[in-house]
Design a binder for this molecule. Structure first.
Ligand code: SAM
Length: 250
């Protein structure tokens, strides 16, 4: 899968995409990440990419022409219409379902705004989806684009490897994941739960399922309200509620 990212600050992407899992995925050509400098698509002497807003007001707005030319160039090069995303605090809020759906695409073009944002005609002309990473405003679309690429890339087969499979992660099946422990067995007076040490995988799976339900119920009841539970899960949840009422909690 390829990610073609339109930005005024390509250097920002170097570090985050040159380390660990994503660096290996790039080396193994499981994903391709390209940054395209919007400034390279300016034709004026001073390479201007922004201008003052019509109607007045503070800040600058990214001009439409350089972004449009850069976008056209990618589509010509790719010889197809590539799904185009504008990172925007006004977009649909990113969640795991969107991440999963986007990971089915062959590639994505991602536009990073700056300053007051992008001339709205860019949205009208080239954008398929506007995506936000949360209800707060950042200085630019670069960090949100990194979040999106990271989340989508780890859904691609081979990127995590089997041992790190994403299907057990929080949100994938609508629940938060169970807690994890590693060596030592005891640390600062706190012991790893016995059930994880006895090698009985039936009991371990049941404990993990219960913890997953418990955490979701306590921390994210909104997720639980949206999830269709199996009869076994319903039963576990009833047990959890009774235990918490009785004074045991997470
Ligand atoms: N004036 C805009 C508004 O109020 O909606 C905010 C512009 S913001 C300072 C500049 C750029 O950062 C945006 O065009 C967008 O690309 C990016 N950005 C900021 N916050 C974001 C968020 N929560 N999610 C996605 N992109 C964001």
């Amino acid at each position: 899968m390829f990610f073609d990212i339109l930005t005024l600050f390509p250097e920002m992407f170097v570090g985050p995409f040159s380390e660990s899992i994503l660096a290996r995925a790039r080396e193994e050509e499981l994903i391709e990440i390209n940054t395209i400098n919007i400034r390279d698509y300016t034709y004026d002497k001073h390479h201007i990419t922004d201008d003052t807003p019509y109607g007045g007001g503070a800040g600058m707005v990214l001009k439409p022409e350089p972004i449009y030319r850069a976008w056209q160039n990618i589509n010509d090069k790719r010889q197809r219409d590539v799904t185009t995303i504008l990172m925007s605090p006004q977009g649909k809020q990113l969640d795991q379902k969107m991440v999963k759906d986007l990971s089915l695409e062959e590639g994505l073009i991602i536009i990073c705004g700056r300053y007051e944002g992008v001339d709205d005609r860019v949205r009208d002309l080239v954008v398929d989806e506007e995506i936000s990473i949360g209800d707060y405003v950042l200085t630019g679309g670069e960090l949100p684009a990194m979040v999106l690429v990271d989340a989508v890339a780890r859904m691609k087969k081979g990127v995590l490897g089997d041992e790190n499979s994403s299907i057990k992660d929080s949100f994938f099946n609508g629940l938060l994941e169970h807690p994890h422990y590693t060596r030592p067995r005891e640390f600062a007076g706190l012991k790893v739960p016995d059930v994880l040490l006895n090698g009985n995988h039936g009991l371990i799976d049941l404990w993990r399922k219960k913890k997953s339900l418990q955490r979701t119920w306590l921390r994210r009841p909104d997720l639980l309200a949206k999830k269709r539970l199996t009869a076994a899960e319903e039963k576990l949840l009833e047990e959890i509620k009774a235990e918490i009422k009785g004074g045991q909690d997470d």
